[in-house]
Design a protein around this ligand. Structure first.
Ligand SMILES: NC(=O)c1ccc[n+]([C@@H]2O[C@H](COP(=O)([O-])OP(=O)(O)OC[C@H]3O[C@@H](n4cnc5c(N)ncnc54)[C@H](OP(=O)(O)O)[C@@H]3O)[C@@H](O)[C@H]2O)c1
Length: 283
């Protein structure tokens, strides 16, 4: 796909990978409509910037169908077309399965999975009419392997992988290709602002206290010291420019390491290594 005149709709670009995708794609000549929870803040960040004229920002609540439909409608009013959709917005819930609140687990899926579905559903009539389009879902290596305390984040990203696989087949007849990008750990705002910690695991009498004490700081450090999010932006650009791009693309060291181990080791050996690395003890 040549960038000239093409319109990209992107979710969650205030920080991290989304912000890098936005500026990288604008620099490559794409026009962008960004859907954000805090449009004013993002607009002021862009003010006077190099690519400002190629980027428009609309407010959205991904948990509300009407809000999503309105934001996609505003994009179409402005540009009359949507060539690329990048579903990037997401957050992480840190909780054990036993201690999770219903509201927490529902919200994890409402944003990471159903938000993606709402935006995609609103965009598809346009892409079908155009007879072409590219959809990229930002999943995670945690959409293929599990980690304790991240069950619901894991489950939401496994679901993103599942939807991506069926959507690819469902949309092939319309000339729309669908990919997933599976980042490893990346240094973004994710661990600093967008991880929600369930109150239960922080209680001294939680049966999971010792597990969370060992695991949580290690994972947080891995994220904060992770790869540069610009790598993800480069991977997206490659997908857009190459119609033969792989359907699923791991990006970053952790993703490659975990996914290779998962593929090459049997279940028992794989889990032994993960438990050893994170200091998870059995009775
Ligand atoms: N960092 C990592 O190690 C890592 C690893 C694998 C996968 N990922 C995935 O990569 C994507 C981007 O994350 P990032 O690392 O760039 O993190 P980030 O800096 O926290 O950015 C995530 C963006 O998603 C939007 N967002 C966050 N919480 C939201 C909520 N509750 N409702 C709606 N939108 C929300 C925000 O954009 P607005 O404020 O503009 O709406 C935010 O800027 C996410 O889907 C994440 O799951 C991250």
């Amino acid at each position: 796909m040549k960038s000239n005149g093409k319109v990209v709709l992107l979710t969650g670009a205030s920080t991290g990978m989304g912000f890098e995708m936005m500026t990288r794609l604008a620099a490559a000549g794409y026009r962008l409509c960004v859907l954000s929870r805090s449009p004013e803040l993002l607009r002021s960040d862009l003010l006077g910037g190099r690519w400002q004229e190629r980027i428009d920002v609309f407010g959205v609540d991904l948990k509300e169908r009407e809000s999503v439909d309105k934001a996609v409608g505003e994009t179409l009013e402005l540009y009359g077309q949507i060539d690329v959709l990048i579903n990037n917005a997401g957050f992480g819930l840190v909780s054990t399965l036993e201690e999770v609140e219903d509201s927490e687990m529902l919200e994890q899926f409402d944003v990471n999975l159903f938000g993606l579905v709402r935006v995609t559903r609103a965009v598809l009539p346009t892409m079908r009419r155009q007879g072409e389009g590219v959809i990229v879902n930002i999943s995670s290596f945690l959409g293929r392997v599990g980690l304790p305390l991240l069950s619901f984040y894991n489950a939401s990203k496994y679901a993103v992988e599942g939807i991506t696989d069926s959507l690819r087949l469902e949309l092939a007849p319309f000339g729309i290709r669908v990919h997933s990008v599976m980042p490893g750990f990346f240094s973004t705002q994710f661990a600093r602002s967008n991880l929600r910690i369930n109150a239960g695991i922080e209680q001294e009498d939680s049966p999971y206290r010792s597990l969370s004490r060992r695991l949580a700081p290690k994972v947080l450090r891995q994220i904060n010291e992770g790869n540069d999010p610009r790598l993800v932006a480069e991977a997206i650009l490659k997908i857009l420019e190459n119609p033969e791009a792989p359907v699923r693309i791991p990006v970053g060291e952790t993703a490659r390491r975990f996914l290779t181990m998962r593929r090459e080791l049997n279940d028992k050996e794989y889990e032994r290594r993960v438990m050893e690395f994170y200091g998870i003890e059995t009775e």
